[in-house]
Design a binder for this molecule. Structure first.
Ligand code: SF4
Ligand code: SF4
Length: 282
């Protein structure tokens, strides 16, 4: 059972919920927690997991053979990422950090002066906390496409997921390509939100995305005693999505960040029981 922990808005407590669920589920099940928030991975910090590198993530980039180049500038003209600077009469200048690896410059060159090369843009790590297995990815700073690293994590996890009863995927916030990539192949998604107008607005967006991807969604309302819960209930009713958990605000949850231990309380146990019941696992 692959379950995404996601949410349209950042800062709603996705990682707090994902880590708490993973630790509790791992007491009686084989569980893999995957941190797919590659711009800002933090589940290993919440759980005090020491990570080790298991894979480099590379992206295709162009490489020039200036002996063949006739300085026509066509490669620069087709580059939508503005990665190739061309001044008439000079060789093109490549700015690798902006390149998204689309390959248009390679196709456009009339002299076959450009070939494919690779650059490292991130890494995949693994780790362990007691019985819980852990995988996370990290995009290097100043690299433009987080989706490449998320896609590499997905491939890596696809190769090992049969060993687990639960694979929990903690996505980044929003509805961009890297979130979509993390959601692909999930059997269910928990949309973690908070009872604020912004939380309600962004939750509606992620529920729409999950509907398009045909992934059954459930709502987890975090900090449920702060703000106006009726905002979330209205959208849940409108979208026909069940709220399976509400987690009240607790000072202990904030304190747990500094100790590397998630807070497992009745609200987390209720969600865990729901997941066990709906996957027929004990
Ligand atoms: S691969 Fe695409 S983004 Fe990169 S330099 Fe070529 S055209 Fe530009
Ligand atoms: S398209 Fe090819 S020949 Fe023209 S400037 Fe670029 S590398 Fe040189």
């Amino acid at each position: 059972m692959k379950i995404a922990i996601t949410g349209g808005k950042g800062g709603t407590g996705k990682s707090t919920v994902a880590t708490a669920l993973a630790v509790e589920l791992a007491k009686e099940n084989r569980v893999l927690l995957v941190d797919a928030d590659v711009d800002c991975p933090n589940d290993h910090l919440i759980l005090s997991i020491k990570r080790r590198e298991v894979k480099r993530v590379e992206q295709t980039v162009p490489k020039w053979d200036f002996k063949k180049c006739v300085k026509c500038g066509k490669c620069s003209a087709v580059c939508k990422a503005n990665s190739i600077v061309f001044v008439k009469g000079r060789f093109p200048i490549f700015i690798p950090d902006q390149c998204n690896g689309c390959g248009a410059c390679i196709i456009s060159c009339p002299k076959n002066a450009i070939s494919k090369s690779k650059k490292e843009i991130g890494k995949i790590f693994s780790g362990k906390k007691q019985k819980l297995d852990f995988v996370s990815g990290e995009l290097f700073p100043n690299q433009p496409i987080a989706e490449f690293v998320v896609s590499a994590i997905r491939d890596y996890v696809n190769g090992i997921e049969n060993k687990y009863d639960f694979v929990l995927i903690d996505t980044s916030a929003g509805t961009h390509c890297d979130v979509i990539s993390a959601l692909l192949g999930c059997d269910m998604a928990l949309a973690v939100t908070e009872p604020t107008p912004l939380g309600a607005h962004d939750m509606e967006l992620i529920l729409e995305l999950l509907k398009i991807l045909k992934i059954p969604a459930k709502i987890v309302l975090n900090r449920s005693d702060i703000g106006d819960g009726s905002l979330i209930k209205k959208i849940a009713e409108k979208c026909g999505t069940e709220i399976i958990g509400d987690i009240p605000y607790k000072k202990e949850i904030l304190e747990s960040y500094s100790k590397g231990e998630p807070v497992i309380d009745d609200s987390i146990l209720k969600i865990v029981n729901y997941l066990k019941k709906h996957t027929q696992l004990t």
